[in-house]
Design a protein around this ligand. Structure first.
Ligand code: GDP
Ligand code: CA
Length: 316
């Protein structure tokens, strides 16, 4: 069996721990197609937050408390940059993490596509699944905001890390998406999949930028494999993170049903055949989509693997 997962960073990475565990039990192959909209160049380094969250988490090297970056991290480079007074000073750049960005940027500068760079980095981390960026082309999520009385588009990282999402926000723009092509291996993975799972990742800034790549969206919506999503919203709130702020910007109700309706039924050009919601949201209705309520708290790998088994069951 071949399982494809569309995923963002931290929430998606936790989900993938469960996917990997269940896949080992049933002898399935897993391919994660990872959001690149958060990617940004800072201090000359190409930083891929969601790819790194997935890689470090599955490689057993993520910091469980902070949620992102490496466990046992130190911050000498960041402190030294601050002493030079160079911006951006608000971005967390760990020393161990910096080595990853140096390897990545060197390979990109030498002409390797991001998908090949990611595969090379994964030789060290052995995530146990195949990881592919959604696109090898430049695709960045920008946010149209009002700052200091001026309307402008800022990078998603600046919106979230610097402003904590607490500035008047008008919309999200996926720069470069219209002309972006799926990365090497993405279309083959989708065409060969027995099921596509949409991780309980942020629907607006993790899943939407993946689907903003036209040929990728087309392959998922019109492909042979059933698509089952897992709600990142439980009882009207995101478990962690800023999905509520993002959904509010789009005027989408912050609920399992609201996100399910936003994704929409695949039969009508949307994304989903099935939608897993938490038991506390059992009343959620999404017209045209098979909905099932099971526990969706990813408290540990065993519970998450159970969730994955439920998603595969719904796909059948
Ligand atoms: P990011 O890219 O690092 O922001 O991470 P993702 O987009 O992959 O995941 C963020 C989402 O994960 C948030 O919207 C949370 O609601 C969701 N999430 C985190 N923990 C859980 C959990 O235990 N259960 C469910 N259902 N969703 C979760
Ligand atoms: Ca992210």
């Amino acid at each position: 069996m071949r399982i494809v997962v569309l995923t963002g960073g931290i929430g998606g990475a936790r989900f993938l721990l469960g996917v990997r565990a269940h896949a080992r039990d049933i002898g399935a192959d897993v391919t994660a197609i990872v959001n690149v909209g958060d990617d940004v160049r800072m201090h000359g380094l190409q930083i891929c937050p969601d790819l790194d969250s997935v890689m470090y988490t599955l490689g057993g090297a993520a910091d469980p408390e902070r949620g992102w970056g490496r466990v046992g991290e130190s911050w000498v480079v960041k402190e030294e940059l601050a002493k030079y007074g160079v911006e951006p000073s608000w971005f967390g750049l760990g020393d161990k993490d910096t080595a990853t960005h140096l390897v990545r940027t060197t390979m990109l500068n030498a002409g390797y596509p991001l998908s090949a760079v990611t595969a090379a980095l994964c030789e060290r981390w052995q995530p146990g699944i195949e990881m592919i960026p959604a696109s090898d082309d430049r695709l960045e999520t920008h946010v149209v905001v009002d700052v200091d009385g001026e309307r402008k588009a800022i990078h998603f990282q600046e919106w979230w890390v610097r402003h904590r999402g607490e500035v008047p926000t008008h919309r999200f723009v996926f720069r470069g998406a219209e002309s972006a092509k799926p990365a090497a291996g993405v279309l083959e993975a989708i065409a060969g999949a027995d099921v596509v799972l949409v991780a309980p990742s942020n629907p607006v800034v993790s899943i939407a930028p993946i689907l903003a790549v036209p040929a990728l969206k087309d392959a998922v919506s019109n492909g042979p494999a059933p698509v089952v999503g897992i709600s990142p919203i439980i009882g009207g709130a995101p478990v962690r993170g800023m999905a509520d702020k993002c959904l509010a910007t789009l005027d989408v109700e912050v609920s399992a049903a609201g996100v399910g309706r936003m994704y929409g039924p695949r039969a009508e050009g949307g994304l989903l055949d099935g939608w897993l919601v938490d038991t506390s949201d059992a009343a959620a209705q999404v017209p045209g989509v098979r909905t099932r309520a099971v526990p969706l708290w990813m408290k540990d790998e065993t519970l998450t693997a159970r969730m994955v088994a439920d998603a595969l069951e719904l796909a059948r």
